[in-house]
Design a protein around this ligand. Structure first.
Ligand SMILES: *Cc1c(COP(=O)(O)O)cnc(C)c1O
Length: 384
């Protein structure tokens, strides 16, 4: 029998579609295409893939193998546990770096699993050094330097200490020196160039190692920011790297929710908790099976909407835990009914648009998308 490569193979997971409130579709080929686009934009650098927080909520088990197939050889997670899980989904040759490094009790687990810790402090350096002594072999590590964000990494004072006391790095192989940009989504911000300059100045005093500074938005600041390795996460999943130009990345997620009920309201009737919304005339409204427990914040509900065949359906009143109510008066009667589905995320109204309504960023919307959707992974097996 000849195997026929399907161009739209998909697998489903999560709750069965007919029992779930909504169906989340994740396009793996779009993630692969986004990886290739970012890789092509950074010709002088290695393009890694950040898959922390379960690949921003999309499922590292499904996403990481696709990224590896698309060419990624370096992966970043936040926690040791995420790295341990990722080990089973990528080939043994894949490099996995743990951004937070390891707590003292977990350093050995981290190293024995072949995960590269990021050393964010002099304490983490000495903990890894002790383990290197105990194991009697040099250990690979990434070193993070704080170039202005005051979040992770060695301070300028710590760098000075390392320069004065280079033996602190004995037994360690620094295979990456990294920092993180605080303002990379605003190219005009002088903090970007200042952070780059600080990274270079610090690195010049330390043992030579490949440098990394840019995450998704940093890639679009230009080649000077690419250094030797770039670390995109959000852009892989379709989030716009900035707000000043069109989003060059392919849309990755779609979400369709069931209509549970439709009702007819008369002038003066009210909707939802607190009865905050009142009909100013006859209206038809639909209650749909997605709420704040599924990642749609109560905040900004008045700007939120669903879509039905391209028609905008404004959210009415407050969003509940498991449902929200939308105005369907614009859809002619008979053309929409209970059990139909409405769109909450589409190619043209994605997580960034929902984020704008909620007053947050696409990252937060994406990583908040709930766990009880029925999930369909599209394009699972063809030429990713
Ligand atoms: C999360 C993270 C990234 C990826 O950031 P995106 O903006 O999602 O591309 C890269 N580097 C570090 C240190 C991070 O914490």
């Amino acid at each position: 029998m000849v195997a026929v490569a399907s161009s739209c193979a998909s697998v489903s997971s999560g709750w069965p579609a007919h029992r779930a409130g909504a169906v989340l579709t994740i396009d793996l080929a779009a993630i692969a295409a986004n990886y290739r686009l970012l890789d092509a934009r950074t010709p002088g650098a290695v393009c890694a893939a950040v898959v922390k927080a379960d690949a921003y909520g999309l499922g590292a088990a499904q996403v990481a193998p696709v990224l590896e197939q698309a060419g990624a050889r370096h992966f970043f997670v936040a926690h040791v546990d995420e790295g341990l899980a990722l080990r089973q989904w990528v080939s043994p040759a894949a490099h996995i770096t743990v951004l937070h490094g390891a707590r003292p009790e977990a350093v050995e687990d981290c190293v024995q699993a072949g995960l590269r810790p990021v050393l964010n402090s002099l304490e983490q350096i000495s903990q890894l050094q002790e383990l290197a002594k105990k194991l009697g072999r040099p250990l690979d590590a990434a070193l993070q330097l704080d170039t202005g964000m005051s979040r992770f990494g060695l301070s300028g004072q710590d760098v000075h200490t390392l320069v004065q006391e280079p033996h602190r790095l004995d037994g360690l192989t620094l295979s990456l020196i990294m920092s993180h940009l605080a303002c990379s989504d605003t190219p005009a911000n002088p903090a970007n160039a200042a952070q780059l300059q600080t990274l270079r100045a610090y690195a010049a005093q330390l043992p030579k190692a490949p440098l990394s500074l840019a995450a998704s938005s940093g890639i679009f600041l230009g080649q000077a920011f690419h250094q030797n390795l770039v670390r995109p996460g959000a852009a892989l999943y379709g989030i716009a790297p900035n707000t000043y130009g069109p989003n060059p990345l392919a849309s990755v997620v779609k979400l369709r929710a069931h209509i549970l009920q439709i009702r007819h309201l008369s002038k003066g009737e009210r909707v939802g908790y607190g009865l905050t919304w009142q009909a100013d005339g006859p209206r038809r409204v639909a209650t749909i099976a997605t709420g704040y427990a599924d990642g749609f914040a109560r905040q900004g509900a008045e700007k939120g909407c669903a879509w039905f065949k391209g028609q905008r359906l404004p959210v009415l009143g407050r969003i509940s835990m498991d449902s929200m109510t939308v105005d369907i008066s614009a859809i002619p009667e008979g053309q929409i009914a209970a059990d139909d589905r409405v769109d909450l995320l589409t190619d043209t109204y994605g997580v960034d648009a929902v984020a704008a309504a909620e007053g947050t960023i696409g990252y937060e919307v994406l990583t908040s998308l709930g766990r009880r959707y029925h999930r369909i992974y599209k394009n699972t097996q063809q030429n990713i």
